[in-house]
Design a binder for this molecule. Structure first.
Ligand code: SF4
Ligand code: SF4
Length: 420
């Protein structure tokens, strides 16, 4: 076992402050489903005290990777980093049954290849079993992925018509030019939320930014980092850095929380790569979430008003991964007429968590339902959130409950206010 799991795990003083923050512990009450319990398990495996068996894997697989425990931890334990290395060990040791291993890898490769993802979604819309608004993954695929035939896998809500969106490579600033930025179009974002990407470009232009979207810049590797494929992720990071090498920019803008969190940690991801470590560190220092960047730059307030009651859900990789909670709220509050209302447990995971809603359907559904209950209490017409997984999963939960509440990325609301 990689010694850095041990090194990082010893920082845990077992105080238990993280337990209440952990969504899976709150659901099961089982210490092995808590951050402290998982750290203890991972450390025990690393020190060869216990074997890496199916029981250990069950509790590690059940972790959302939401990083709420990092926010709660007084000892500065880098939980996500321990988890990512441990998950990589699981995949590299080939502990998983062959079919499940194959299905997980195929899923990640599909999600991060826009053309393949788009084609797969079209096929899934035909093949996936449907019960009213609810669509299910075909049972053979669900069984391969989860290793169990028991729980149906609900598919997140996606647009009826999917395609691969492409943004112009150069988008000039509107008014006095204040900065040149580059932007990540992403993989899932290009297929499911191209409108959000377009809105992001327009808002940046409105704020005096020239926006570059290099076509050669592809997947950032976030899903691979989070699911135990660190080497794969490193290769994707190197390819992205190469694609951006000659791009002069003041900042690199991201509108997907999961991607932003990984991009900001490229310095750590490539720390042992003598050729890329320094470049990765320099690049990571330029990465900004769209809300964070607009607040730093000084947002040009929109003049159009939106008379809407909006509740904001904190995506885990924004609130806990990047510690960004105020900027998206300030962005929304800058819109005349918009009323921002509190969402209870707004920074608790909705259960989407990358591919978690597909690999751990039972737990994901419980978390989704809890989130929807809180959303319905707010009386909001719109729920705003800055991550594709949350957008699709919360949308699915609301549809299933027959709710007319819409789910939007905050940047789309700001864009609408500029255009109103
Ligand atoms: S809060 Fe931090 S130090 Fe305390 S048990 Fe949790 S991970 Fe360990
Ligand atoms: S990452 Fe989230 S689910 Fe996993 S142990 Fe930490 S708080 Fe719990």
């Amino acid at each position: 076992m990689h010694s850095s799991v041990e090194e990082k795990a010893v920082k845990c003083i077992r105080c238990g402050f993280c337990l209440d923050a952990c969504p899976t512990f709150r659901l099961t009450g089982n210490e092995a489903d808590s951050p402290r319990g998982r750290i203890y398990l991972m450390r025990s495996v690393a020190e060869n005290v216990i074997p890496l068996d199916q029981d250990v894997m069950k509790h590690i697989d059940a972790c959302l990777g939401c990083r709420a425990c990092e926010t709660a931890c007084p000892s500065g334990v880098q939980y996500a980093s321990i988890l990512e290395e441990f998950r990589t060990e699981i995949e590299e040791r080939g502990q998983r049954p062959g079919l499940q291993r194959f299905a997980r890898r195929q899923l990640l490769n599909t999600l991060t290849n826009p053309r393949l993802f788009s084609a797969t979604l079209k096929a899934a819309q035909v093949l996936g079993g449907s019960n009213g608004h609810q669509r299910y993954m075909p049972s053979f695929a669900a069984e391969m992925l989860t290793g169990s035939a028991s729980a149906p896998v609900t598919l997140p809500a996606v647009p009826e018509k999917v395609s691969v969106g492409t943004l112009p490579e150069i988008n000039p600033a509107i008014g006095e030019k204040r900065a040149t930025v580059a932007m990540l179009a992403g993989c899932v974002m290009r297929v499911l939320y191209h409108d959000t990407n377009e809105a992001t470009v327009r808002v940046l232009q409105q704020n005096g930014c020239e926006v570059l979207v290099p076509r050669s810049a592809g997947c950032c590797g976030a899903l691979h980092v989070h699911n135990g494929y660190l080497e794969d992720a490193r290769q994707r990071a190197r390819t992205l850095l190469d694609a951006l090498e000659s791009v002069e920019m003041d900042a690199f803008i991201v509108n997907s929380a999961g991607c932003g969190s990984t991009l900001k940690e490229y310095g750590d991801l490539l720390a042992d790569d003598s050729l890329y470590a320094e470049r990765a560190r320099r690049f990571a220092a330029k990465v900004r979430d769209i809300s964070e960047y607009l607040m730093e730059l000084g947002l040009r307030p929109p003049k159009g008003s939106l008379n809407l009651r909006v509740a904001y859900h904190d995506a885990c990789h924004l609130a806990h991964g990047q510690k960004i909670t105020a900027p998206p709220r300030k962005m929304l509050q800058s819109i005349p007429g918009l009323e921002l209302v509190d969402l209870p447990e707004s920074d608790t995971c909705c259960g989407s968590a990358g591919i978690y809603n597909l690999t751990q359907p039972t737990m994901a559904k419980k978390l989704q339902q809890r989130k929807i209950d809180f959303i319905l209490e707010t009386g909001a017409a719109v729920i705003a959130t800055g991550n594709p997984g949350c957008l699709a999963w919360i949308h699915q939960g609301l549809k299933e409950r027959g709710s007319a509440i819409t789910v939007r990325h905050p940047i789309e609301l700001l864009d609408e206010a500029y255009r109103a």
